[in-house]
Write a protein that binds this ligand. Structure first.
Ligand code: ADP
Length: 197
């Protein structure tokens, strides 16, 4: 897989035969079958990783998002939909909506875990083999990174342990060093001795 230049890799583990890794880099450069977008419910683009994905992928993505919203309305937190990837190396973008952090008692954890699970489900339903995730909700939506990393990794690991799907590789692509460290530590703890590199 060509994951783009300037990428720092910390750790990769195997979960039920699926490679799960954590890298620091720009998710728009990932060559996995799909990249996941931390979108908002309007699916009309925004700042952060959402803006970067629409800029890199071009207008095809927004056009398909419009069609989805006109069919089914706004996308609630915890759900996911798929579009083509336009000019991206990834063939598809899976758009999910994380929760806005409101102190931790407003189902944030459940909704964040659901955003990861639903994205994986959509990938599997479409027969995709590899998927990259950003750190959903920890930018503009304010979810504390250390907790978000644990929720994200637990959600992915438990989904993968539940059964075999088309998915063979999951990559967490973290933009900044602090976020990268949180996910690297989280994966190290969750891996329980199955460290691969
Ligand atoms: P949210 O609204 O879900 O919080 P943001 O896009 O504001 O989403 O932030 C989520 C995370 O995505 C943050 O850690 C941010 O630094 C990161 N991010 C921003 N641009 C990129 C990119 N090109 N690749 C990977 N991660 C990115």
């Amino acid at each position: 897989m060509d994951s783009g230049a300037m990428e720092k890799q910390a750790i990769a583990v195997s979960v039920n035969g699926v490679r799960v890794s954590v890298v620091q880099g720009d998710i728009t450069r990932q060559a996995t079958d799909a990249i996941v977008n931390a979108a908002n419910s309007s699916l009309m683009g925004g700042g952060g990783v959402d803006g970067a994905i629409h800029r890199a992928g071009g207008p095809v993505i927004l056009e398909e998002c419009r069609q989805i919203v006109s069919r089914q309305g706004r996308l609630p937190a915890g759900k996911a939909v798929i579009t083509r990837g336009g000019n991206l190396k990834a063939g598809f973008v899976i758009h999910t909506v994380g929760p806005v952090w409101r102190g931790g008692n407003r189902e944030e954890q459940k909704l964040l875990a659901s955003a990861y699970r639903e994205s994986l489900k959509v990938a599997a339903e479409n027969g995709l083999e590899s998927i990259s995730f950003p750190s959903i909700s920890t930018g503009a939506y304010g979810y504390p990174v250390t907790e978000a990393a644990k929720v994200a990794i637990n959600a992915v690991v438990s989904f993968l342990r539940e059964g075999v799907t088309s998915i063979k590789e999951v990559v967490f692509v973290l933009f900044d060093a602090a976020t990268f460290q949180s996910y690297a530590s989280g994966l190290g703890e969750a891996a329980g001795g199955s460290k691969e590199s």
